[in-house]
Write a new protein. Structure first.
Length: 195
């Protein structure tokens, strides 16, 4: 048994599905998640010493690779000033200004910690702006994992079986949903039933 398999067996006892994000589950491909121990530049190593090319890039933040000297230096310097404050900082204002000045279509920006938070915020803004509560979601596409919250807030959620060329007509037939989201729910690698 590999170290990753051993860790996964232990993980499922304490973490739902053995992973902290549905996109990390390997059940749908009949395998065990790899448990990563380190990364450098374009590579990652698992607990068994196997080296992998990192095509994921931590879902975006590692676009320049792991341990890029300039980024590592800036992060280490920032850490000496404190790791987290739970309050606003000059750096986030500076970053917001740079983003808004760089992308002409962005007037305001809310920075969040996850894709789930981003989707939740986008749907809340769309529903608030339009006054509508309907949301359309495409099955077998990943958008985040919080759909039941929409129903708890009094909204309506429509699940479309697959994203196809009939997408536009399906949207029109649903009384103008306020937001269209893509959906794929994974729990321990198994597809969740649409509701």
């Amino acid at each position: 048994m590999t170290q990753s398999e051993t860790l996964f067996q232990e993980a499922v006892k304490y973490i739902p599905g053995g992973v902290n994000s549905p996109v990390r589950a390997f059940g749908s491909i009949g395998s065990t998640p790899r448990f990563i121990t380190k990364a450098d530049k374009a590579y990652m190593w698992d607990e068994d010493g196997n080296r992998y090319i990192d095509f994921i890039g931590s879902w975006g933040p590692m676009i320049l690779g792991h341990n890029h000297p300039s980024i590592l230096s800036a992060v280490l310097e920032a850490c000496t000033k404190g790791l987290s404050f739970g309050a606003g900082t000059r750096q986030e204002v500076t970053m917001a200004i740079i983003i808004c000045d760089t992308v002409p279509s962005i007037d305001l920006i809310r920075m969040v910690n996850s894709g789930t938070e981003a989707v939740m915020s986008a749907i809340c803004v769309a529903r608030g702006y339009s006054g509508q509560k309907k949301t359309m979601s495409f099955f077998v596409c990943y958008h985040a994992h919080f759909e039941r919250r929409i129903a708890h807030d009094g909204g309506e959620l429509f699940i479309v079986a697959q994203r196809t060329e009939v997408e536009a007509s399906a949207i029109q037939q649903r009384d103008d949903p306020v937001a269209v989201q893509q959906r794929q729910m994974r729990c321990a690698g198994e597809q969740e039933e649409a509701f």
